[in-house]
Design a protein around this ligand. Sequence first.
Ligand SMILES: [Ca+2]
Ligand SMILES: [Ca+2]
Length: 330
Amino acid sequence: MNIAPEDVVQRKWLGSCLAETIMPLTFLSQTTRVRRTNLIGRILWHVTAPVSVISLLTFNLCAQPLLPADVGTTVNGFQDDFDGTALNPNWVVSGVDVFSVSEGLLHITSATGDPNHLLYEFPGYDDSAQEVLARIRVLNFGSGDPVRGGVGVGVDPVSNQGINSLFRNNNSEGQTGNHLAFLDDLVAWGPGQNFVWQPNTWYWLRVRHEPNSASQGGANDVFEKIWLADGSVAEPANWQLTWDYTPAYSARTGYAGITASSSGGVFQFDVDYILIKAAGLPHILVAPGAFRPDACNDRQRAAKSDSDRTFYSHVQRRRQWQSDAHLSVV
Ligand SMILES: [Ca+2]
Ligand SMILES: [Ca+2]
């Protein structure tokens, strides 16, 4: 297939924003020269200076958000913005069904039983080397061991057990209160991360499962990092939490997905977007819907240039094409 280089499109997108900065500055400079020569210039100055300042402010509001490193790249993967009213049929509940979709979000409420997963059971993708990126917001939570929720990898669809990277509120894993931790379902908790997550705040959570990863030194098996997902923070360069769980425990294999709470632990959260990367999944262009221009507010939308729209209409066309191609194969 003939795929247009994504970096060219991205440069175009950035170029449009730069133009928005340069234009008012040029106008300001020209206006200043006129101001020195005549009264009309003075009047123009008073009228246009505030306009130029507003233009600059608009640019700042419209500045390109900081996105996860793989946005705009083509990967073997599956992504879901959870648009519409029903889950993609490849999503399968394993455990208690506490999953629903509305207003572009996957909603997860508290669950009885242990464990509880929503697994992406597309046939044939790598059951071990998997990476998940999710945009997550915690809405309501209690305290104690069953209070948990996050991402699962290598989850066996029969036993419903795998490796998880979870938000927690418990004094455990050497942490106090809100933190993150790895869990091998019904086997052992892994290390904890001192990250004091806040409710009603969007975070990017990236989790990779690759037992004895050669590129990461050959011992660690699961990797995690978390950062603020409002577009103001760049993705951290390094993994923040790692776990060498195998061969001490058996290596897990299975599907990737979302992990709900256990045993009635109060933990309610939303997932706005998920990306699952693994060999055997179709080629897709990574493009979270949350930061598309049409998700901006009216002021930002008014400032958007045609180039912005070109970039995302390109993304949309690619995604639709991939979706159509996928449907025709399956
Ligand atoms: Ca290992
Ligand atoms: Ca969404």
